[in-house]
Design a protein. Sequence first.
Length: 264
Amino acid sequence: MKAERCNFIAMKFAVVGCGNVGTQYARMWIQAGHQLQHVHFRSMPLGTIEWLGHSVENIALQEIHQNADAVLLAIPDDQIAAVAGSIHSDAFIIQPSGTFDLHQLAHHNKATLWAIYSIVKNASIDFQKIPFAVESTSEKAKETLHKLMEKVGAPMHNTNQTQRELAHLTAVLANNFTNALYQKALTLLNENQLSGELMLPIIGQTTARLTAMPDPTLQTGPARRGDYNTLNKHLELLREDPQWKLLYQTMSDIILQQNEHRKL
């Protein structure tokens, strides 16, 4: 272990943006032994600020690259190109979006580092278990990114733009859409004086099944069985909510067809 520690090289990094991703990536790198050099937060005054338990300089964007091995642009996708255009061309830029096209940036040394995870600022995240989709545009960028992530120990997957966009789509399907479904389920239960806790075991079971054996034959429910009486009863319960009724019918038809049943 001592020899391994001697080979470790602490990197200096800067952060633009103090939202969910900026906060968690910075925390990840600090915990891995790297040094937060400075930041650029528009919502805070320039000068020394306290962030993540550290005193750090909030400096002008044009100076953010100084004495930093990497600059993280943890900002909305539609701002990345414009903000990067204000940063010195010698800077190594890291952008964490799953959909932004890295090649829009003029910098020679740049990389994508997208955590395939729903990141919330104040949550405790074990990044060793979180897969990252990565892309680098130069050997220097690849080497620097490796040094930043080596001690983190997270699974790293080399991807191109098309692959990341597809992975991002699947993340929306598997996470964002299911969250919307959970919220609707909770609303229906609460409106009928039922506890949301009723759904927690089956939600946990679904996740556990997918983790253990992601097999489409594990699908259950009335559409899987071709139980049209139950499906029509559910549609009737949703009669006053046409958007959700249409969604229920559409999803049911998909499952019905997957199992060689006729559509509703």
